[in-house]
Design a protein around this ligand. Structure first.
Ligand SMILES: *Cc1c(COP(=O)(O)O)cnc(C)c1O
Length: 370
């Protein structure tokens, strides 16, 4: 099966094979491996040894978004969230349910937020301490620029939280040049092409340290993750980790380096997107975003307005042809979401386009109707 979902993504056979072992996470043989992963991840984020640390948590990306909000905002703390997609909505909900006070900045889901919009919103409400932004909005496929937003946040003397879950590893990020950033967070899956199971936060250590104990949750306290590492060693865990996924993640990082790192991964995904988007347009499917606002991570297409078309029917017809795409959409109007990330190539995109053409035919959707 070819996975073209924007998470979990297709992984390489070498990465999956590394899962097939029994390991104890507290075994002295495994500790150094975990330490090395933490350091490599910190370096990938542009973190600096002794200044920044990788603070992992077991679980899904949402857990890490919640942990970031709880760890860096006090109860009742106010966080501005540019609201231009489904993952921004999720950040707002996570903040609300954690007893923090999200301040949504309403925007269309068809373009990234501008630095001017952030600056104006911060100037209008001095009680806001943080901006929480989604780097690659996996709802529609747009990109919010953390360097531009970060500059506005820095100028206003505020702090930044970056959900880079669907961006990190492919889109550039440099923590050392963004001193306003409390945390950039992402997971083992998506653009780093590991198996799901681990969330990563990379944070300035002094910020995390001084906030330890304020999260209102032992599990989600990134300051406590840091405190534990400083007391018990960087190779130790507070709770049982998905140790096989971590072991396989090291292989995924080796493959990432061998491919040529962030620039090479972005180039492959961008080519995947170019092939898929052009091919979809040839099939008569209309992209949701203007080309200028299309990120390289996920392609969103308008559903064809044809009587035979249903999203479940299309997903099922593609699955029978060996291609799995997202079975839901989060745009205001009905759409189709196809991921361009993971261990997939432009040839895989061509294969998917052939399957899409046949699936549309099967549903009786002709090119004109699409
Ligand atoms: C995938 C994703 C997440 C996290 O999803 P989980 O299912 O919790 O791992 C968070 N933010 C963005 C932008 C994502 O694309």
């Amino acid at each position: 099966m070819l996975l073209l979902t924007p998470g979990p993504v297709q992984t390489r056979p070498e990465t999956r094979a590394a899962m097939a072992v029994d390991i104890a996470p507290w075994d002295p043989d495994f500790g150094p491996e975990y330490v090395a992963v933490r350091e490599r991840v910190r370096d990938l984020a542009g973190g600096v040894a002794g200044v920044h640390a990788t603070l992992p948590l077991q679980g899904a990306g949402h857990f890490m978004v919640e942990a970031a909000i709880r760890s860096f905002l006090p109860p009742g703390g106010r966080i501005l969230v540019p609201r231009n997609g489904a993952y921004a909505d999720r950040m707002i909900r996570l903040a609300q349910e954690a007893g923090r006070d999200p301040v949504p900045l309403p925007l269309p889901d068809t373009r990234g937020v501008t630095a001017e919009e952030i600056a104006a919103a911060l100037a209008a409400d001095p009680s806001i301490s943080h901006v929480g932004m989604v780097y690659s909005e996996t709802g529609s496929g747009i990109i919010n620029d953390p360097a531009a937003v970060g500059a506005a946040v820095r100028a206003a003397g505020k702090r930044l939280i970056v959900d880079a879950v669907s961006a990190f590893g492919a889109l550039p990020f440099d923590l050392k040049s963004q001193p306003e950033c409390d945390v950039v967070l992402f997971t083992s899956n998506k653009c780093l092409e590991g198996l799901p199971g681990i969330g990563f936060a990379v944070c300035p250590m002094d910020r995390a340290r001084e906030r330890a104990g304020m999260a209102g949750s032992w599990c989600f306290d990134l300051g406590d993750v840091l405190r534990h590492a400083e007391r018990s060693g960087w190779g130790s865990f507070r709770f049982t980790p998905p140790v096989q996924a971590l072991h396989a993640f090291r292989v995924a990082l080796d493959l990432y380096d061998a491919e040529g790192g962030q620039a090479a991964r972005l180039a492959r995904y961008a080519e995947n997107m170019r092939v898929l988007r052009a091919g979809a347009e040839r099939l008569g499917l209309r992209p949701y975003l203007d080309a200028a606002h299309q990120g390289p991570i996920i392609l969103t297409l308008h559903q064809p307005d044809a009587p035979g078309f249903t999203l479940p029917g299309f997903v099922e017809a593609l699955k029978r042809r060996g291609v799995l795409i997202s079975n839901f959409y989060t745009t205001p109007t009905p759409s189709i979401r196809i991921g361009c990330i993971g261990a997939v190539t432009p040839d895989d995109m061509r294969f998917a386009l052939t399957a899409m053409e046949a699936a549309l035919q099967e549903l009786g959707v002709n090119r004109r109707a699409a």
